[in-house]
Design a protein around this ligand. Structure first.
Ligand SMILES: Cc1cc2nc3c(=O)[nH]c(=O)nc-3n(C[C@H](O)[C@H](O)[C@H](O)COP(=O)(O)OP(=O)(O)OC[C@H]3O[C@@H](n4cnc5c(N)ncnc54)[C@H](O)[C@@H]3O)c2cc1C
Ligand code: SF4
Length: 488
């Protein structure tokens, strides 16, 4: 795999970024790709380590050493086939995955790991450039009809797999365009939306029907789906936002991130009628929440021309290196600094927002925080303690709440009579993704809770296998770890 001595000869090289001043002028992606020779050297760093822990680090079970080797040898078409045998949408993961595979890379024990995610992105981009990714409709149809509810990465992956098995697949989406959080959560500067559109065209050409602007449970009821379809796969995501029920949270200017980000993505898409506009322009902005959503709010606020952007995180600042109690090959909780963080935001850790302050007109003007400490008692959950006399007032006209999601909506679960867990996610075992109701399956964030794109694709693929088995008695759709190595 790779070049036997590649990891000794070549250092890790990541793609570059356009300078901050330039990239914040617009919402376009701003990475600077490596040259082909440089990419081959990156593939060459994969070191034939015997047991490729990266396989198990990747929720899709991507055949990483095999595509690294193909890239090193310049066999891009072969690499494309290997990659697509386990991952329907490497253009999404190659841009957006936090790359748990790289944390599990054996070279990462004492060197920089192989740049797997970037290799993945370049394989799929080379493939699109060369028109290797074209519709591949099934030769025969089973005439079994399947409804997929939700068109995020889980729904799209399930749809493509089930269509490949010859079933007649309809994807229902309540938004105006398919894509889920890929389209209306994640900003264009992380992934431009033509990346979704080009893949959707392939799915449509393969025969998948997309019905957008339809809110299932409202426009169509569960009983109608049961009559019309042989199986239903729920992929509605975990959409219930975590609130911040403190004094002043009703003020104008205290806004949920998932009202702010989708509105901006629609603005970038050229939509004019956006309702009441939420803009960071010329404002002191505080983003509450230090995860992906918070980071996306920072990048968006900066592009809108915020006066200042501060980011609050209630947890203590993690270390940049892997903590000793989270050894390789596990995913470590370390400090992650995104490109948006580097665009001019100040980050504050161990800080809790106590109340918002408004003026007579009910507009947000500031907020009060206190410092916090986490008391660790072995065997118990950490306890949050306020540091005495640590209150501080901040000027702020826009506070963006980016504290994650507490669970999924229950309308459809109620209509179908589905069991839900304590977080209102729909219950289904990872063994077969089947709910307590026959013919109803669930995958992605709606089953596992707020998670990652790579997990959503993985769950969509796994669920598709089990839906196919349920309908046909057996399935040839691959499960995780059943990728295919073409002899090209
Ligand atoms: C701002 C933000 C940034 C993120 N950044 C990253 C990142 O960089 N990397 C990463 O790996 N993950 C990221 N995530 C997480 C990732 O986007 C999700 O884990 C992933 O999209 C979940 O996929 P899904 O298909 O399960 O659901 P979603 O992507 O949430 O899609 C669900 C879809 O179902 C539709 N729907 C719901 N109910 C109905 C209904 N009743 N009728 C019709 N349609 C319905 C919704 O409109 C939506 O389109 C981010 C999340 C957010 C919010
Ligand atoms: S999908 Fe994510 S975890 Fe899997 S190989 Fe790609 S970057 Fe790594």
């Amino acid at each position: 795999m790779g070049k036997t001595t590649g990891f000794l000869e070549f250092e890790r090289k990541d793609e570059g970024y356009k300078p901050v001043k330039k990239r914040i002028q617009n919402y376009k992606e701003f990475t600077k790709p490596l040259k082909e020779d440089e990419l081959k050297n990156q593939g060459a760093r994969c070191m034939d380590c015997g047991i490729p822990f990266c396989h198990s680090g990747c929720p899709l079970g991507n055949l990483i050493p095999d595509f690294n080797d193909a890239v090193y040898q310049g066999k891009w078409e072969k690499a494309t086939k290997i990659l697509h045998s386990t991952n329907n949408f490497p253009e999404f993961t190659g841009r957006l995955c936090p790359a748990p595979c790289e944390e599990a890379c054996v070279l990462g024990i004492n060197e920089d790991p192989v740049s797997i995610e970037n290799i993945e992105k370049n394989i799929v981009e080379t493939a699109f450039k060369n028109n290797w990714i074209i519709a591949n409709p099934p030769l025969n149809r089973t005439n079994k009809k399947i409804a997929i509810i939700g068109s995020g990465p889980a729904g799209l992956a399930a749809a493509q797999q089930l269509n490949r098995a010859g079933h007649i697949v309809t994807v229902f989406e309540r938004d105006e365009k398919p894509g889920g959080l890929l389209r209306y959560g994640i900003p264009d500067f992380k992934m431009e939306k033509n990346v979704i559109d080009r893949r959707l065209k392939v799915l449509e050409d393969e025969g998948i029907l997309f019905k957008t602007g339809i809110h299932v449970g409202v426009d169509i009821k569960a009983d109608d789906l049961k009559i019309e379809f042989d199986a239903v796969v729920l992929c509605g995501g975990a959409t219930i936002r975590r609130p911040l029920p403190i004094e002043g949270s009703e003020l104008k200017g205290v806004v949920q991130a998932m009202d702010f980000l989708p509105q901006n993505n629609r603005r970038v898409d050229g939509i004019k009628d956006l309702g009441e506009e939420i803009l960071a322009t010329d404002k002191d902005v505080v983003v509450i929440g230090g995860g992906d959503t918070g980071s996306d709010c920072i990048g968006t606020s900066i592009r809108q021309g915020a006066k200042s952007v501060s980011n609050f995180e209630i947890m203590p600042m993690a270390t940049e290196n892997r903590p000793t109690n989270q050894p390789w090959p596990f995913w470590p909780m370390r400090l992650r600094t995104s490109s948006s963080h580097k665009e001019g935001a100040e980050r504050y850790f161990s800080i809790s927002t106590k109340r918002f302050i408004g003026n007579k007109e009910g507009e947000l003007k500031g907020l009060i925080t206190s410092e916090v400490e986490w008391e660790m008692v072995p065997g118990q959950r950490p306890v949050l303690k306020e540091v005495p006399n640590s209150e501080k007032e901040w000027k702020c006209e826009l506070a963006l709440l980016a504290m994650g999601f507490t669970g999924s909506e229950t309308t459809l679960a109620d209509q179908f009579g589905l069991e839900i867990d304590a977080r209102t996610n729909i219950k289904a075992s990872e063994k077969n993704y089947k709910t307590n109701i026959d013919s109803v399956f669930v995958a992605g964030d709606q089953r596992r809770g707020q998670s990652l794109i790579v997990w959503a694709i993985s769950e969509g693929r796994q669920a598709a296998h089990h839906v196919d088995s349920y309908l046909m008695g057996t399935s040839n759709l691959p499960l995780k770890g059943e990728g295919d190595l073409p002899r090209v």
